[in-house]
Design a protein around this ligand. Structure first.
Ligand code: PMP
Ligand code: GLU
Length: 392
C-alpha cells in the first residue's frame, strides 16, 4: 500500500524518545528527560500577550502563504541587525517551524540523483528530508579531536559531479560545535568555487557560550550569499517550540518555489503564532539572554558531572543545549550496554533517564543529553546514571 518514499522514511528518533519518556511519566514513573531538545522555560510573557491580543483583535484568518509583511519585516530586520544580511520580503518565507523551512528548501532544491553532503554527527531530520526530496545523503564523518568541525579540504574531497548542496549546522545539534569566521570562509570558498548550494541551519545561534560569536556563512560575500538558504526560527531562542514558526532567507527564485510548495501543502503558518513571533523578534531580548545564561550554568554542571563518571569523556560544547559524551569505553563493560542504543535503553529502564543514542545522529560512540532541563534534574539524573552503571 505504501509508497517507496514512505517506506524508506524513519520517524524522528528524538521525538520518539520524548514520547516514550512522556508516556512513562504519565504512567506515574519518575523519568528524567534528557531526550528531546526543548527549552524547559515558559514562552516569555510579552510574547504570549501578543498572541492573546491577536486572538482578541480577530487576527484569526488566513495570512499570505509565506507569512505576513509584518513578520517578514521583523525577520529581515533581525537578519540585518544580528547577521549583517540584507534581504527583501521576496527573499524570506515563514513556515511551520524550522523543520518545515528545511523541508521546503529540500523539496525546492533537490532532484533524483542529486547528492547532499551532511557532516556527521548530524541532526536526525537532515538525511530523511534529503531522501524525501528524492536525493542521496552523503555523510562526511567529523572527528571528536577536530571539535566535530568539517574542514574545507574534506568538504572539497567529498564533492562529485552530482553534489548539489551542503547542510551546515552551527551551532550544531547534537555536538554543540560552532564554526568561527575563518573556518566558514574556507568552506564558503570551496562552495563558491565548486558551485555548491549551502543550507545553513542557524536555529541555535542565540545559544553560544564563553564569548563565541555567531557568524552566518551567507554574510561572507555576495557569491556565497546567492548560494545559501539561511534557516532559523523562534523555537529554541524564545522557548516557542509548540508555536511552530521557522523562517528561511535566500535567493528570491528559491523562496518563490518554496512558497509555491507551501501554498499546496500547509498554507500559512498559524496567524496567531506569527503575531507572537513578531513580538519575539522585535520586543525586548532580555529573556533570551537570561535563558542563555541559565543554559550556560547547566552546561558547565553537566559536563563536569559526566566527566566524573569514569570511562565517559565529555567535551564542553560551544553552543546549543546538548552534550555529546563519548561512551565507547562503556560498551565493553557488559553486553547489556554494548552500543549507544542498548546503553540508552538500559538507562531508560534501569535509571529512568532518557537520553538519545548516538547512532540516531550517525555515530554510535556517543549519546546525546539535552540540558534544557533544570539543574536539580541534571544532578539527580547523573546520580542515577552513576548508580545504574555501578550495578552492572
Ligand atoms: N534544526 C535543528 C538543528 C534542530 O535541532 C531543530 C529542533 N527541532 C530544528 C531545526 C527544528 O526546529 P523547529 O522546532 O523550529 O521545527
Ligand atoms: N530538535 C529537537 C531535538 O533534536 C527536537 C526534536 C525533533 O524535532 O526531532 O531533540
Amino acid at each position: 500500500m505504501l509508497s517507496e518514499r514512505a517506506r524508506q522514511i524513519k520517524p524522528s528518533p528524538t521525538l520518539a524518545i520524548d514520547s516514550k519518556a512522556k508516556a512513562m511519566k504519565a504512567e506515574g514513573l519518575d523519568v528524567i528527560n534528557f531526550g528531546v531538545g526543548e527549552p524547559d522555560f515558559d514562552t516569555p510573557e510579552n510574547i504570549k500577550e501578543a498572541a492573546i491580543k491577536a486572538i482578541r483583535d480577530g487576527f484569526t484568518k488566513y495570512t499570505p502563504v509565506g507569512g505576513t509583511d509584518k513578520l517578514k519585516d521583523a525577520v529581515t530586520g533581525k537578519l540585518a541587525a544580528d547577521n549583517g544580511l540584507e534581504y527583501g520580503r521576496a527573499e524570506v518565507i515563514v513556515s511551520c517551524g524550522a523543520k518545515h523551512s528545511l523541508y521546503n528548501a529540500m523539496q525546492a532544491l533537490l532532484d533524483p540523483g542529486d547528492e547532499v553532503i551532511i557532516p556527521a554527527p548530524y541532526w536526525v531530520s537532515y538525511p530523511e528530508q534529503v531522501l524525501l526530496g528524492g536525493a542521496k545523503p552523503v555523510f562526511l564523518k567529523t572527528l571528536e579531536e577536530d571539535g566535530f568541525l568539517l574542514t574545507a579540504s574534506a568538504f572539497e574531497r567529498a564533492i562529485t559531479k552530482k553534489t548539489k548542496a551542503l547542510i551546515l549546522n552551527s551551532p550544531s545539534n547534537p555536538t554543540g560545535s560552532s564554526y568561527d569566521r575563518p573556518a566558514l570562509e574556507r568552506i564558503a570558498e570551496v562552495a563558491v568555487k565548486k558551485d555548491i548550494f549551502i543550507i545553513s541551519d542557524e536555529i541555535y545561534e542565540k545559544l553560544l557560550y564563553g564569548g563565541a560569536r555567531h557568524v552566518s556563512i551567507a554574510s561572507l560575500g555576495p557569491e556565497v550569499k546567492k548560494r545559501t538558504i539561511v534557516i532559523n526560527g523562534v523555537s529554541k531562542a524564545y522557548a516557542m517550540t509548540g508555536w511552530r514558526i521557522g523562517y528561511a532567507a535566500g535567493p528570491a527564485e528559491l523562496v518563490k518555489a518554496m512558497t509555491a510548495i507551501q501554498s499546496q501543502s500547509t498554507s500559512n503558518p498559524s496567524s496567531i503564532s506569527q503575531a507572537a513571533a513578531v513580538e519575539a523578534l522585535k520586543g525586548p531580548q532580555d529573556s533570551v539572554r537570561r535563558m542563555a545564561a541559565e543554559f550556560d550554568k547547566r552546561r558547565r554542571r553537566i559536563v563536569e558531572a559526566l566527566n566524573g563518571l569514569g570511562p565517559v569523556r565529555c567535551a564542553a560544547p560551544a553552543g546549543a543545549f546538548y552534550v555529546f559524551p563519548n561512551t565507547r569505553a562503556l560498551y565493553a563493560k557488559s553486553p547489556e550496554i554494548s552500543s549507544s542504543s542498548k546503553l540508552a535503553m538500559y538507562l531508560l529502564e534501569k535509571a529512568r533517564v532518557a537520553v538519545v543514542p548516538g547512532d540516531a545522529f550517525g555515530d554510535d560512540d556517543f549519546i546525546r543529553l539535552s540540558y534544557a532541563t533544570g539543574i536539580e534534574q541534571i544532578e539527580k539524573g547523573i546520580e542515577r546514571i552513576k548508580a545504574a552503571l555501578a550495578a552492572l
